[in-house]
Design a protein around this ligand. Structure first.
Ligand SMILES: Cc1cc2nc3c(=O)[nH]c(=O)nc-3n(C[C@H](O)[C@H](O)[C@H](O)COP(=O)(O)OP(=O)(O)OC[C@H]3O[C@@H](n4cnc5c(N)ncnc54)[C@H](O)[C@@H]3O)c2cc1C
Length: 298
């Protein structure tokens, strides 16, 4: 069964069986994907999705910077969008394919003198993942400038959706069921390249002061509850520096979990559960994971 799936996908790109997802997430943990598929290009991806059984679970993958794949692995097809990475600026518009690194889009905005998405320079994901998460920082978020998204549906058809059809909110975007973002179009404000570059510089400096960027992590583990900071709640619960196996709640930023070589997804999950339980018991607040937990019985 798995052999025939691999043979079916092979003409359309690189295919691997039982691929450890620890290789594809910034946390550096995660069990195997039944099949990992990296299409040659956009046309191959469309053909492959048309050929796939629509009931087979698929997981679109960007940089894996907001992903915790459980140790049991993902029983389906992980689709790596990295080859779809064109970025074009035209007037005030920026068109970026799903696999383009957000930092590359920020660089294109500097060159074109466009403002509104400076924060992208400080987030280590891809545009597709950024849209799916409605990524944001420093008072900016993807939805501020997003005009339209091209989505590939499970029947292989492509549709363009305007941003106001995606119910975008704080770290939230409602894509069509099973939809894969292929491309996003943004409208920005003209500004001088120097001003855009300066803002990016100060955002970057602020990041490295406050976040443990020298250790594997997935950014903020929890969203901030209304009017509160998840990091402050976790710190107040006395959990800074708490370790489980080879994972640790960062001393530098309590809403970050960092890992060491040999860490497992179960180590990270144990800390997520501990933080939720402690904050609920001590403050009556239910922390909601921002990190997407997939695989196993997630
Ligand atoms: C050091 C660090 C700092 C961070 N700082 C921030 C921050 O300031 N703000 C912030 O918002 N986030 C931050 N993050 C989290 C993360 O970078 C963002 O959520 C980012 O948008 C995830 O992009 P990705 O490509 O890595 O997505 P992935 O982690 O690969 O995927 C995340 C989710 O999006 C889905 N997805 C990915 N690509 C597509 C696609 N093409 N179509 C449909 N669904 C897709 C995946 O299936 C998954 O459910 C940080 C992470 C790290 C490691």
């Amino acid at each position: 069964m798995i052999g025939s799936l691999v043979e079916m996908l092979r003409p359309f790109g690189e295919v691997r069986e039982h691929e450890p997802m620890s290789r594809h997430t910034t946390l550096g943990v995660g069990g195997p994907a039944r099949v990992y598929f990296r299409p040659h290009d956009r046309a191959s991806l469309v053909q492959a999705v048309r050929a796939l059984d629509a009931s087979l679970p698929c997981l679109p993958l960007g940089r894996g910077s907001n992903l915790l794949v459980l140790d049991e692995g993902f029983d389906g097809v992980v689709i790596d969008l990295a080859p779809l990475n064109h970025v074009v600026c035209k007037g005030n518009l920026v068109m970026a394919e799903a696999g383009a690194r957000m930092s590359r889009v920020a660089s294109a905005c500097v060159q074109a003198g466009l403002s509104g998405l400076e924060f992208l320079a400080t987030v280590p994901g891809d545009i597709g993942g950024g849209v799916a998460m409605n990524a944001g920082a420093f008072g900016q978020q993807i939805s501020d400038c997003l005009r339209e998204v091209c989505c590939l549906l499970r029947d292989g058809s492509e549709i363009w959706l305007s941003a106001d059809k995606l119910s975008m909110g704080y770290r939230h975007c409602r894509l069509p069921d099973g939809g894969i973002v292929l491309e996003a179009q943004f409208e920005l404000q003209p500004d001088s390249s120097e001003a855009v570059r300066d803002r990016i510089r100060s955002m970057r400096a602020r990041r490295s002061e406050t976040q443990p960027l020298d250790q594997p992590n997935c950014g903020s583990v929890f969203t901030n509850p209304e009017g509160r900071h998840a990091a402050q709640l976790i710190e107040a619960a006395g959990l800074k520096g708490k370790t489980f196996g080879k994972a640790r709640i960062s001393e530098k930023h309590a809403n970050f979990i960092v890992t060491e070589p040999g860490a497992t997804a179960s180590d990270v999950l144990a800390l997520i559960r501990l933080a939720r339980r402690s904050v609920r018991e001590q403050f009556g607040i239910d922390l909601i994971p921002e990190v997407r937990i997939v695989g196993g019985q997630a």
